[in-house]
Design a protein around this ligand. Sequence first.
Ligand SMILES: [Zn+2]
Ligand SMILES: [Zn+2]
Length: 292
Amino acid sequence: VTIRLDTDPFEVLHREHPEWRAWLRLLEATRSELDDPCWAEAVPEMPPGTGHAPLIDGAPFEMSGRILDRRLRGLLTIAAEAGASPSLAVAARRPILDAPAVFEAAIAADRSRLDALAGSVGAEGVAFAPVAAVAVVPLLQACARRWSPRVGEDWDHGYCPVCGAWPALAEARGLERERRLRCARCGDDWRTEWLRCPFCGNRDHLALGALVSEATAETRRAETCAACRRYVKTITTLIPTAPRDVAIQDLATVDLDVGALAQGYRGGDGLGHPVSVHVSGRSRWPRLPWAR
Ligand SMILES: [Zn+2]
Ligand SMILES: [Zn+2]
């Protein structure tokens, strides 16, 4: 599918990929939340991460527990209604669902903790984890908006300088064909060199290749590394993809994933550098002294 992002990308994807219904509904629901100021208010002014660690590493987030709870339950319900596991609808009604813990585990991409949290509310882990991953996107994008200016031009890693995820894709951008890596979680955008694998840093051009399909060879390809057997999708763009559209571009280029996976390459799932955060769901109103 070729998608012009000035048309409604969801309309096209819904039509072309009816099997993505639940996933697309989640992304749509998240998109309408991105501009809610509650996320930006939770982001500390100064990011804690230093050195090789992403900026988010060690960050404390304090938000209304009620908002976190409502957002997570809302997304679980949407996913269940769109045909993901019915166990998600059950989980959405369980009082013991611990939304701040789910946010922490999803930001850290800690699958075993997510599975345990899912299990505690009777949800299937394989259906629960993607909902949790989408739930943290508005908070992560608020982090990138606040902290991205602090990322030095000397950031030299393949993983996202803000949230630690591997890039979802690369852009060959502008007339200069600058190479920029893009994060589908926080939307961040960072420069990297051509002819260098973002995953293992390999610069041996004999080990670097590209998979192209004849129809779209000029505008998109999967760049492969024989050293680590991973690939990154590369699209040609004149202007940066908007942060909120990176996840859509990732879906719209799934033909490249299919091709690369069929050749035995792995994508960049998960994080390239571990991160740990603390999310506390304070109550909405300060506790009054006599209401202890
Ligand atoms: Zn990121
Ligand atoms: Zn590599």
